[in-house]
Design a protein around this ligand. Structure first.
Ligand SMILES: [Zn+2]
Length: 853
């Protein structure tokens, strides 16, 4: 311990004693149960988000150790907040501690002594987030109890810890979902559906994928928290509390499982493991069994809350407690306990699982008790290693800076881009992540230094991935990735970005920017009757939609090359819309010959009671680009006569079983829902979809939903080339494994779905699906819109691909047309999680296609 640290501890002890007296003076602090009028954590009792929020407001009014910070609004307009908890003295000086945390996160210009001095003076900042997955409800309830405990404790040890640490406590990362889950739960309490799943996503758009959004930052809740973390508070540690399945271990704590990401500084894992060790100790000491580490959750994937920060030198861990049926207890027989995941194949004692839970009753109270212990352990660990953890952040930042070549930059050209707006969006995203982004002296490029505190994040996101083939034993298969295996943003977004070395003159002439430069929209060349817009911009579709809504007619002029033009007549709202969307308008004196009028279309998006996150993502992407989308549910599909209401119907990614039968899997137990939510579109629904196409409608199927079209009802010469033996099921991962990778595909840009697309693109592929077509009946045309290379060696651009030779010469997207009826089938993930902006246009084209006639 350094001398000044010892002084700080003495000072802390003095402060905590005096602060204790201050706390005593404040008003009576109500317990959560007193305040809400029921026993929080009791069986079948839940506080909803508004109750949680009102409790925290009351707590902050009564206690000078708790403040509320509003993070922003949620998707559905709820106020999202976090509680800032520490000693009153720390809270009064929070701006100072934010600044220290910021300096340690970006220690450029500081000497070692200055860093030590900051680490001695600073307070550790612990971000504890709860309930991102809304049915993982325990932590949202626990948060109130923990905050109460911290606000009222008179234990000198706890007070000392609070003096060392500022806690940022977010009781729910998805308030709208918390409300949905509690409403659903209360509605069916006392019925046979009690504690069962909801028939819809627990987020307006993305459901469980709200924890897949942390590098792309598409959702408002993600953006709110990201801003607080990387622009205001710079916490050193992020603890995110989740729940997992009910039949395995009781709690997962760090260390993580393999594989491990190459670019993450090992100090991140060392810090995480310190916390994991303390959590394990405190849990066992309290008699809590079933604690596991090195299990299931890898140290590789950057898409979740606490993991995106690893590349930004932040410690981050998650805990996962076994679930009850929401707030309803479960009886679990010892015979039902099972392993089956990485790190625990059989449910039995192992070194990473030294004290298996024997089975019995498991309830909300248990979940909250485990969570209270790990939350306390996090505070304790951060206090114990206060200065080390802070210095560690500065050390990692310095290593990120010094290990990179100072003349090396990621360059995103502004002018040499197919879609310059998406290129600016990528630069804006890097700024939002807290990175340093510069504009070159000639203002023609965004420049992102690799030698900066978050430089490894830039390398991870802008470079390519090669999934490590880690095998748990000689001769065994590889460890599967936890989620996807690729996140190369330039490839996904269709943006050119390259690593370049800059001369010192080029470096010096560049300037840091605080907001991205966007292309100038509108017309600079005065008034005209018509304007043309390149279809190389995703935003061009947003402009089309905006102008159609304003009552304008819009046209398409097919070019001879890959590029086509949208033609827009003069209109009072055109300039303002084009400016807002950053779209340059080129004046034309007249409507070019051969222009086709694009008719406005009525778009239906199928929504199953087996909630599909892809449905939500599709709706989100289409709304972002101004498409009017209406959901269609089973009953409406079954009723038929779909042409009366729709021109285009989209089936989002879902299995045939889910769409047709309303079942999760091919066989086995499927939890029952209230009758109005059971079943799928049925065979009559499939026939209604076929009838819709026969009568001139356009049906678009995304990924697995293509199985509906490949069924006998449609009787088309197309099958899944990666189906299992006898055409049933799909190949096993031993034969074919592409878990979410970017593959090269070729596009026919003379096909309406390929209009404006480059000949070669990166497609996001995450499952065993590729089309094998053959010649249809003479009245039907079949087109292969996109296909995989002849040689598997040319396929993988980023991620992991095992068995890629099975994709050789197979189709990635196909269409069938008969009369005016059209079917467009995408085998790859054309708008995956709103991340693959490079292929959005193919979906938009498919939607616009019927409007071209
Ligand atoms: Zn979760």
């Amino acid at each position: 311990m350094y001398k000044h640290q010892r002084a700080a501890v003495l000072l802390a002890l003095f402060l905590s004693t005096s602060l204790f007296l201050v706390a005593q003076k404040s008003a009576h602090v109500p317990t959560p149960s007193e305040f809400l009028g029921f026993e929080v954590g009791a069986d079948r009792k839940l506080a909803d988000y508004r109750q949680i929020s009102s409790y925290f407001k009351a707590l902050s009014a009564a206690s000078d150790r708790v403040q509320i910070e509003v993070l922003g609004k949620t998707t559905l307009g709820e106020e999202m907040f976090m509680a800032v908890i520490s000693t009153p003295e720390n809270l009064r000086n929070k701006a100072k501690y934010q600044e220290i945390a910021h300096k340690l996160a970006d220690p450029r210009g500081l000497t070692k002594d200055q860093i030590d001095a900051l680490a001695a003076q600073g307070k550790d900042i612990l971000l504890l987030t709860c309930n991102i997955h809304s049915d993982e409800i325990g932590s949202s309830q626990m948060a109130m109890e923990w905050a109460y405990k911290l606000a009222t404790t008179s234990d000198p040890e706890k007070l000392r810890q609070l003096n060392d640490v500022i806690i940022l406590l977010v009781p729910s990362l998805n308030p709208d979902g918390e409300t949905m889950v509690t409403e659903w739960y209360r509605k069916y309490l006392g019925t046979k559906y009690e504690g069962g799943r909801m028939p819809y996503l627990y987020h307006h758009y993305v459901g469980h994928d709200d924890n897949r959004d942390w590098y792309m930052l598409t959702q408002i809740e993600t953006k709110n928290v990201n801003h607080a973390v990387y622009h205001e508070w710079f916490p050193q540690f992020w603890l995110d509390e989740h729940q997992m399945g009910s039949y395995g271990p009781r709690i997962y704590i760090p260390p993580n499982a393999d594989p491990v990401a190459k670019l993450v500084n090992p100090l991140v894992h060392r810090g995480n493991n310190l916390l994991g060790a303390d959590m394990g100790w405190r849990l066992e000491e309290a008699g809590k069994s079933g604690v596991i580490y090195n299990y299931s959750f890898d140290a590789y994937w950057p898409g979740g809350t606490r993991s995106t920060g690893w590349w930004k030198n932040m410690y981050g861990v998650l805990t996962e407690v076994a679930s009850a049926r929401i707030a309803t207890p479960m009886q679990i027989s010892p015979t039902e306990l099972q392993g089956g995941a990485k790190g625990l194949i059989n449910y039995e004692q192992q070194i990473n699982f030294p004290n298996p839970w024997p089975g019995g009753t498991w309830r909300l109270r248990d979940i909250m008790d485990y969570e209270l212990i790990v939350s306390d352990a996090a505070l304790e660990t951060m206090s114990k290693y206060r200065a080390d953890l802070m210095r560690g952040v500065a050390t990692m930042a310095e290593q990120a800076i010094s290990s990179a070549d100072a003349s090396e930059f990621w360059r995103i050209p502004l002018d040499d881009q197919r879609d310059p707006i998406v290129a600016s969006r990528l630069a804006a995203l890097m700024l939002e992540h807290g990175l340093e982004v510069r504009l070159s002296g000639d203002k023609k490029s965004f420049l992102i230094p690799t030698s900066q505190p978050y430089g490894r994040f830039a390398d991870e996101m802008l470079g390519i991935q090669r999934y490590p083939e880690v095998r748990p034993a000689q001769g065994s298969g590889i460890l599967e990735p936890y989620d996807v295996a690729a996140w190369s943003l330039p490839l996904m977004m269709g943006v050119k970005a390259e690593k370049v070395k800059l001369s010192s003159t080029e470096q010096q002439s560049s300037q840091p920017i605080t907001s991205a430069a966007w292309p100038t929209g509108g017309s600079s060349k005065g008034q005209s009757n018509f304007y043309s817009v390149s279809n190389h911009q995703n935003n061009a579709f947003a402009l089309l939609n905006a102008m159609q809504k304003a009552g304008a007619q819009v046209y398409l002029q097919r070019g001879t090359s890959e590029e086509s033009l949208f033609i827009l007549p003069a209109h009072p709202q055109l300039a303002a819309n084009a400016e807002k969307l950053h779209i340059p308008l080129s004046p034309l004196s007249a409507l070019p010959k051969g222009s086709i009028q694009l008719k406005p279309l009525r778009i239906g998006l199928y929504k199953s009671y087996i909630p599909s996150m892809d449905e939500g993502w599709t709706r989100f992407v289409l709304e972002q680009y101004g498409f009017d989308v209406k959901n269609i549910e089973n009953k409406q599909v079954r009723a038929g006569n779909l042409n009366a209401a729709f021109d285009v119907i989209i089936l989002p990614d879902s299995s045939r079983e889910a769409i047709v039968d309303g079942r999760q899997g091919r066989e086995g137990y499927s939890e029952e829902l209230p009758p109005e939510y059971t079943g799928g579109i049925g065979r009559e629904g499939v026939h209604a979809l076929k009838d819709f196409v026969d009568k001139g409608g356009t049906l678009i199927t995304l990924a697995r939903a293509s199985e509906v079209v490949m069924g006998e009802e449609f009787n088309l010469p197309v099958r899944n080339a990666l189906a299992g033996a006898g055409g049933r099921g799909t190949l096993s991962t031993a034969d074919f494994n592409i878990p979410g990778s970017l593959l090269r595909i070729y596009v026919d840009s003379s096909n309406p779905v390929g209009y404006g697309m480059p000949k070669e693109i990166a497609a996001f592929v995450d499952g065993p699906l590729a089309f094998q077509t053959s010649s249809p009946a003479p009245d039907t045309q079949r087109s292969v819109i996109a296909w995989y290379p002849d040689d598997a060696k040319d396929m993988l651009l980023s991620g992991y691909a095992h068995g890629a030779e099975r994709l050789e010469r197979k189709a990635a997207a196909v269409s069938f047309t008969r009369g005016k009826g059209k079917i467009v089938m995408f085998g790859f993930r054309v708008q995956h999680r709103a991340q693959t902006e490079g292929t959005f246009q193919m979906l938009f084209n498919a939607i616009e296609w019927p409007g071209m006639e």
